[in-house]
Design a protein around this ligand. Structure first.
Ligand SMILES: C[S@@+](CC[C@H](N)C(=O)[O-])C[C@H]1O[C@@H](n2cnc3c(N)ncnc32)[C@H](O)[C@@H]1O
Length: 250
């Protein structure tokens, strides 16, 4: 079958009744913790995506922030899943203060208050992981992302739960605002030839921060993961497996 530009490869295939089977095994330790603590994200089938993205960094994460505490089940689950991390839970509802304990810290405030977010991040950040599961309003999702994404650690991960139709954002404003990040991930400086990729160990002075500091973005149905990292230093061509030796710029 030949594809014309813009044609979807899978358009004629019947759709599956559910997102599973998926590239990660549904029978995993995080799903088991989900059954133990029962956070609302379990009922939205998000744990499989979290497992995919977090399984290999479980022991390395030292500081995470979840915005939206509700009944505290989610931050309890993360506390057990990340044994070396302090788990910050932020919520507008002062009653959530009662969920502080162990390695869980509660921050009371409004995610729509940018100065509160920035002050908090300066005081207790940076974070290896930030999850936005709070008001689910588009304005909040976007302003919170703008305020806090720079407060991730160098290889941190930012997650926005509940985007699109499930929260009434039928025109996909959050998703469409995030899509251009793909262009930044692909940034290629003017006047550098493709054959010079091995020499591309740094970008020219003045290259915008976003071109230098985002290495990936994953869109799933209603949940998005944005990965910080170093461009171009972290690009795959410069990271051959050890058996291949280390590539150096020529
Ligand atoms: C969906 S619940 C969080 C569920 C929890 N993360 C879980 O997985 O079980 C949303 C929470 O966000 C809080 N919230 C709503 N608007 C907020 C805002 N503007 N700033 C901070 N928290 C907010 C609510 O009080 C509520 O506790």
């Amino acid at each position: 079958m030949s594809l014309s530009s813009g044609q979807l490869l899978f358009a004629e295939r019947p759709s599956d009744p559910s997102p599973f089977p998926f590239v990660a095994d549904h029978d995993n330790p995080l799903t088991a913790l989900g059954a133990k603590y029962d956070p609302s994200k379990r009922w939205h089938n998000y744990l499989i995506y979290y497992w995919l993205h977090f399984r290999d960094i479980r022991l390395k994460v030292t500081r995470m922030l979840e915005i939206g505490v509700a009944t505290g089940e989610s931050i309890r689950m993360w506390e057990e899943f990340f044994p070396n991390a302090i788990i910050y839970g932020m919520d507008i509802d002062p009653k959530c203060g009662k969920y502080e304990g162990g390695r869980r810290k509660i921050l009371i405030g409004d995610q729509g208050d940018i100065s509160f977010l920035q002050r908090t991040a300066q005081e207790v950040g940076p974070f290896d992981i930030i999850i936005d599961d709070a008001s689910h309003r588009v304005e909040h999702q976007l302003t919170t992302f703008n305020a806090l994404f720079p407060h991730l650690t160098e290889n941190g991960v930012y997650v926005i739960e509940d985007t699109g139709g499930c929260v009434g954002d039928f025109s996909l404003r959050t998703i469409n605002t995030l899509k251009p990040i793909i262009d930044h991930i692909m940034y290629w400086p003017k006047d550098v030839q493709p054959s010079d990729w091995a020499k591309l160990t740094d970008f020219p002075a003045g290259t915008p921060w976003i071109d230098r500091n985002v290495i990936g973005i994953s869109f799933y149905r209603w949940i998005v993961f944005v990965m910080r990292g170093k461009n171009p230093q972290g690009h795959p061509f410069l990271r051959l497996p050890p058996s291949h030796g280390q590539l150096t710029a020529t």
